[in-house]
Design a protein around this ligand. Structure first.
Ligand code: UD1
Length: 427
């Protein structure tokens, strides 16, 4: 298993091109299942989750050509299977995103239940509820979700447009219903929809493929279903990854560095950028990206995760790492996921002062961090450990980097290009 060996402390500076967003690319790839025509995507990130998604679609008969981060073309004209097997789904919960497109285009799908993960139970009941409202019959048997739509007349069984009101904001749930609704009979209205930029990116792709989607980016999305998607003549450029950008922005902030993030947009990260500024970090935006630097002391700033445009849960662990260097006590509240503080104990192993009480972590700084061996527990927790390691004295070995590779493209190369000393080693 790979590990990162980080030698600290360091100060990072320079310029970085932000990769395509993993969380936009995943539904974008799933969208290819909707059409008989090829779909081309530019700037797919070269990360493990995208490789898993491509493997999932290949197994269904989709022809995939091109390599990330170049242009990748997905041709779903000859589907041989409508099943997402356990072996792939268990490694990536977002596999559930194939359920909507398969059900909409073929009237049936079998998708393994994702099962548990380190950051909590994360059920898919809201996805199932929505598809039932659209006329699907769903049974869960032997760990698989079996979904089908009964036929009326010739051809496939077709979903029916419905009003889907999510009792809780769900990002992939919103995306799954958008995907399915494009080929449903009639109009689907999604209420309390996720407003994340990744949802907006998916809507833009669907519209370019000929779908009728409006309202993405607001809490109400309306999709007018059509019989078949005519396909898109031009490649769709995947949105820049705001979580990757936020992670490197935090790296600049924690090391007292100065980094320009090409492709990053302030409007995708309003609460995070506000928190950075409140902490004494300089953030300036121009059309090419965001510049993040710090020369003064770090102030403690409380954050509480919330659906977009609130503070993103995917930048919560990184904030905790940053606050270990702030002068005073800050509160980090996690409201989206249970059990998303696994990084706290590992940060403490590096010398941080973090106390967790339920959904709140209290971080008191500044603390002098010292290199140690730590173990990554999930994707964003891994990033937090690397950030802390950048300012720790001596060598830190961050184990189980495979979590990090799921969502960050070549992090060791990107950090090294900015002057950090990070090496991928066996461990
Ligand atoms: C997506 C992101 C993930 C991010 C999360 C929250 C992708 C591929 N992943 O995950 O990086 O951390 O949004 O911003 O885009 N829930 C249910 N039942 C459901 C669905 C969700 O109870 O059927 C709960 C979840 O357990 C969680 C909350 O709703 O507590 C929000 O989860 P959701 O927005 O669905 O997260 P994902 O879409 O899986």
């Amino acid at each position: 298993m790979d590990a990162f060996l980080v030698s600290g402390p360091c100060r990072i500076s320079g310029e970085l091109a932000v990769s395509g967003a993993k969380n936009a690319a995943l539904p974008d790839v799933a969208a290819a299942l909707l059409s008989e025509r090829p779909v081309s995507l530019d700037r797919l990130p070269a990360v493990a989750d995208i490789r898993t998604m491509k493997k999932l679609l290949s197994g269904m008969g989709v022809t995939v050509s091109g390599e990330a981060p170049g242009t990748v073309t997905l041709d779903a004209s000859r589907i041989v299977s409508t099943e997402a097997p356990y072996d792939l789904v268990r490694t990536m919960r977002a596999s559930i995103l194939v359920l909507g497109p398969l059900l909409a285009r073929f009237g049936e799908a079998r998708v393994s239940l994702p099962g548990g993960c380190a950051i909590g139970v994360r059920p898919v009941d809201l996805h199932i509820m929505a598809f039932e409202a659209m006329g699907a019959r769903i049974a869960v048997e032997k760990g698989y979700i079996h979904a089908h739509v009964s036929r009326v007349g010739p051809g496939r069984g077709r979903l029916t447009g419905a009003t889907v009101r999510f009792p809780q904001v769900t990002v992939t749930g919103t995306e799954n219903v958008m995907l399915a609704a494009t080929l449903a009979r009639g109009v689907t209205t999604i209420e309390n929809a996720a407003r994340e930029p990744e949802v907006v990116d998916l809507a833009a792709l669907l519209v370019s493929m000929g779908a009728r989607v409006s309202g993405a980016g607001t809490a109400t999305i309306v999709v007018e279903g059509i019989e078949a998607l005519p396909g898109s003549p031009v490649p769709h450029a995947v949105l820049a990854d705001r979580i990757e950008a936020g992670t490197y922005a935090t790296a600049a902030a924690i090391t007292g560095g100065d980094v320009t993030l090409r492709g990053a947009r302030e409007e995708d990260l309003p609460a995070f950028v506000a928190a950075l500024r409140a902490a004494g970090v300089d953030v300036s935006a121009d059309e090419s990206g965001l510049r993040v630097s710090r020369s003064g002391p770090l102030r403690p700033v409380d954050v509480e995760t919330a659906p977009h445009p609130g503070y993103p849960t995917d930048l919560q662990a990184q904030w905790m790492a940053l606050m270990t260097q702030a002068e005073g006590t800050s509160r980090v509240v996690e409201t989206i996921f249970e059990n998303r503080f696994l990084h706290a104990a590992e940060l403490v192993r590096l010398g941080a002062n973090v106390r967790v009480e339920g959904h709140t972590a209290f971080v008191t700084g500044p603390t002098r961090l010292e290199g140690a061996t730590v173990t990554a527990s999930d994707l964003r927790a891994s990033a937090a450990l690397v950030l802390a390691a950048l300012v720790a004295e001596g060598e830190t070995l961050v184990r189980r980097i495979y979590h990090l590779d799921r969502g960050y493209a070549a992090m060791e190369e990107k950090l090294s290009s900015l002057g950090a000393r990070v090496a991928r080693v066996p461990g």
